[in-house]
Structures are given as structure tokens and as C-alpha cells.
Design a protein around this ligand. Structure first.
Ligand code: A3P
Length: 298
């Protein structure tokens, strides 16, 4: 079994599932992932990578536990929320973790909607989707590749920029991901949120989450959740900042998981030429959706 172990000095290989790039172990386990049995009381958090998944998970956990901060310290994020398609050889898979979790479960995925295991929609599960503007998503994803051995080497910023535009990154093109989930939101129990709204008015977005989850929380509890899910507090929280993951997998000295947590960091990375090229490409890829009104590149 030695060759099945994840060699943390190397990066995971990648392959395709129905045209979507994925870490190879996920591709190799695809039948099991596709046949994952969701339960009607599962709550799923779905995002394109780097959209604010971990932030949303912390909000959801605190809402479910009515602001009980001690309880949110029971385990790191990745144990509290099994990541269904994450398969790292030698470690417990997201599927095993999910199957061992008693109901009601809170789960995580980055899958585009057409690759979501059908049992989630068949069981009418509640799903929270969070989108973040693509320029900041790209920058955040680039730095995440640098520090995370579970993803391919991003190459230079210029190379990663091209890979992102071409959709040749794990979990596929950002454009199809946000549009696919947006188009599904009115036919299913999907709450669609935006990172930028969470930054602008976290309390309001927490209230939306609480209403969706079915929790009525008083103002004091809401304020407490706003505080504990602020960037500065989460950055210091070992149960929410991914420092519990061994350094061979995630090296925070290369780039911390909670890196900047701001809107507009893309301006520190995009050249003028890249920005022009991005905007032109974006206009074409997003011509068929009103979703663009939510992404202002401030
Ligand atoms: P940056 O790299 O731009 O800092 P995900 O959890 O989906 O992987 O997303 C990670 C991104 O969300 C990172 O973005 C991280 O800093 C940001 N983030 C995490 N917690 C946050 C918080 N409490 N407030 C704002 N941003 C947060």
C-alpha cells in the first residue's frame, strides 16, 4: 500500500472528470463520489475555491450552535464539515468522514452543479452557495496553490492567470461554476450569497443564513457571531485557520490560509494588460447572465 500514500514532497497529480480538472485521487474515486448518499437534513456549503468557504462554515457552525464559541472549538473546520470529494491517499476521505458523521450533517463541496451527486437535489437538501468576484478569487487561488501540496504547482502568476482564464484549474472554470449554481437557485433550496456582501455587512448576511437554516437568534448572539467570524479573530483561531493541517500539506509560511481577506487585492496583482484581457474575456463568458451586476471590480 506504500505507493498509495500521499507523498507530501510531491504534489497531487490531476486528471479530468467530465471535462473538469480535479486532483487525481478524486477522479479515481469518482463513482463513489457521484453515488454519495445525501440525507434530507444535510446542509451543504458549496463554493468555487477561495470564495469564502471557511468563513461561511464558521458562521454556519456558530449559527447552528447559537453562538456557542466553545462548541465551535471542538474540532478544526475540515473535521466539522466533511469535504465530500476530497480524497488524499493515506488520510480519511471526505466520503468516509461524511458517512461516519451523525445527522444532521453540515458538508462542503467545490463541485460545479452538474457534478454534484444527484442525491442532494433529490433529497431537497438545503444548500448555501457563496460566490466571490473572479479577480480576487484568482489571486487567492494562486496563493493557495503555492502553499497547498494538494494542488498542482501554479507556476508564475502570469502562467496561473492563463490557466484560470482557460478554466484549466482544479474544479474547472469559475464562470461556469457561478452561473450553473445561479441558474439552479430558483428551482432548489439554494441560498446564494456573495463574499463582498459578507464583507460589507456581515451581520445582515449572518441573519440571512440564520433564517435559511431556521434559527432565530437575538441581536446579542448575532453580534457575537460577527465578532468571532471577523478576519482578525478567525486568523488567530487554530480551529478555523487551517494551521492544524500538517505543514507538509499546507505551508502557511509560504502564504497563510487566512491571507488578506479583503476586496480588491487583485489590483496588487493584475497588470493593466492582464486587466484589459480579463475584462474582454469576462464580457464574453458572462454575456448570458445578470449575475455580472453582483460583481463590481472596485
Ligand atoms: P484571501 O486569500 O483573499 O485572503 P476559502 O475558505 O473558500 O478557501 O476562501 C479563502 C479566502 O477567504 C481567503 O482569501 C481568506 O483570507 C478569506 N477569508 C477567510 N476567512 C475570512 C474572514 N473571516 N473574513 C474575510 N475573509 C476571509
Amino acid at each position: 500500500m506504500e505507493d498509495l500514500k500521499f507523498d507530501s514532497t510531491k504534489r497531487l497529480a490531476v486528471d479530468y472528470v467530465e471535462g473538469i480538472l480535479q486532483p487525481k485521487p478524486t477522479c479515481d474515486t469518482w463513482d463513489q463520489i457521484w453515488n454519495f448518499q445525501a440525507r434530507p437534513d444535510d446542509l451543504l456549503i458549496s463554493t468555487y475555491p477561495k470564495a469564502g468557504t471557511t468563513w461561511t462554515q464558521e458562521m454556519v457552525d456558530l449559527i447552528q450552535n447559537e453562538g456557542d464559541v466553545d462548541r465551535s472549538q471542538r474540532a478544526p473546520t475540515h473535521e466539522r464539515f466533511p469535504f465530500i470529494e476530497l480524497i488524499i491517499p493515506g488520510l480519511e476521505s471526505g466520503l468516509e468522514q461524511a458517512n461516519a458523521t451523525p445527522s444532521p450533517r453540515a458538508l462542503k463541496t467545490h463541485l460545479p452543479i452538474h457534478l454534484l451527486p444527484p442525491s442532494f437535489l433529490e433529497n431537497n437538501c438545503k444548500i448555501i452557495y457563496v460566490a466571490r468576484n473572479p479577480k480576487d478569487s484568482m489571486v487567492s487561488y494562486y496563493h493557495f496553490h503555492r502553499m497547498n501540496k494538494g494542488l498542482p504547482d501554479p507556476g508564475t502568476w502570469e502562467e496561473f492567470f492563463e490557466s484560470f482564464l482557460a478554466g484549466k484549474v482544479c474544479w474547472g472554470p469559475w464562470y461556469d461554476h457561478v452561473k450553473g449554481w445561479w441558474d439552479a437557485k430558483d428551482q432548489h433550496r439554494i441560498l446564494y450569497l456573495f463574499y463582498e456582501d459578507m464583507k460589507r455587512n456581515p451581520k445582515h448576511e449572518i441573519q440571512k443564513l440564520a433564517a435559511f437554516i431556521g434559527k432565530s437568534l437575538d441581536d446579542k448572539v448575532l453580534d457575537k457571531i460577527v465578532h468571532h467570524t471577523s478576519f482578525d479573530v478567525m486568523k488567530q483561531n487554530p480551529m478555523a485557520n487551517y494551521t492544524s493541517v500538517p505543514v507538509e500539506f499546507m505551508n502557511h509560511s509560504i502564504s497563510p490560509f487566512l491571507r488578506k481577506g479583503t476586496v480588491g487585492d487583485w489590483k496588487n496583482h493584475f497588470t493593466v494588460a492582464q486587466n484589459d484581457r480579463f475584462d474582454e474575456d469576462y464580457k464574453q463568458k458572462m454575456a448570458d447572465t445578470i449575475l455580472t451586476s453582483h460583481f463590481q471590480f472596485l
